[in-house]
Design a protein around this ligand. Sequence first.
Ligand code: 5MM
Length: 325
Amino acid sequence: MSALNKIARTMVSDRRGILAADESIGTMSARLEQVGVKASAENRRVYRELIVTTPQLAESISGVILADETFHQKLTDGRTFPQYLDDIGILAGIKVDTGAKPLAGSPSEKITEGLDGLRERVADYVKGGATFAKWRAVINIGPDAPSDRAVHANVHALARYAGLCQEGGLVPIVEPEVLMDGDHSLARCQEVSAAVLEVLFEELDLMRVQLDGIVLKPNMVVAGSGSGERPSVEEVAEATVETLRATVPSAVPGIAFLSGGQRPELATQHLGAMQKLGPLPWELTFSFGRALVGPALETWRGDDNNWTAAQQALSERAVANFAAR
Ligand code: 5MM
């Protein structure tokens, strides 16, 4: 078993999942302000400390994805976040993309940037204790979207990122997110998700990415949030698994879903329903952001008196997803 495969398997095995705590400075600041907390580097650090020091987190979480700012910050006890995570048996990951920007020629679509200097940044993150990385491509559905242009540009960037990470010793989480925003049907989401995954795996092959050393982080196949369509839990699970079976090679050790704005409980139900459709060629787990930490942030609101209750809220979501697996 290669070193990359071993890390990838650790990330998705034992019914554990990955916690996405890598909101960019802009996103995290907005989320803090929504709950009445002043956006500052120190408040973002304190909030991330609350998340990672949640008791028994390692029982249900295998890895935490950090943002660059957090990666270089320290906990109150002086340990860096990667050092602390390693001490409690959780792998430290790092978001290495620098964000999704308007795509030239298709301003309503996005291209994720961050390839410049990536080889050197990967080397620095490995020295700092990272074992895996993440890059998120954003694909939106609309009357004229996604265009072939946007899909190809994004999967090309994902494949080049994945190759550079593997060369430097990091397992790449490959995240092609087809957004839930819009009034499209579940069938349309399925069609676009399948098309994106198909060209993604062609591009990963072209760039000689070792498939047993990646973790795929896709969206679930759901109806657009403005569509009025309310598919059952089983319908979402079946459409998602059918799409993945048709497009994701069995060499991939694991698939860890993003939650994409679904209600936390619903995302968990979908994950649970998919496990019942096995046997499956890969592990199916979670790499949720909002569906794991949303309730904790709402509970904390910057008040130290709510610290324990907020950690309890995170713990409940993490344990529920562990149980759903
Ligand atoms: C945690 O949010 C991640 C970073 O977002 P920005 O760079 O846009 O601030 C995001 O990539 C996240 O990892 C995925 O979307 C999964 O999170 P959700 O909330 O969709 O489960």
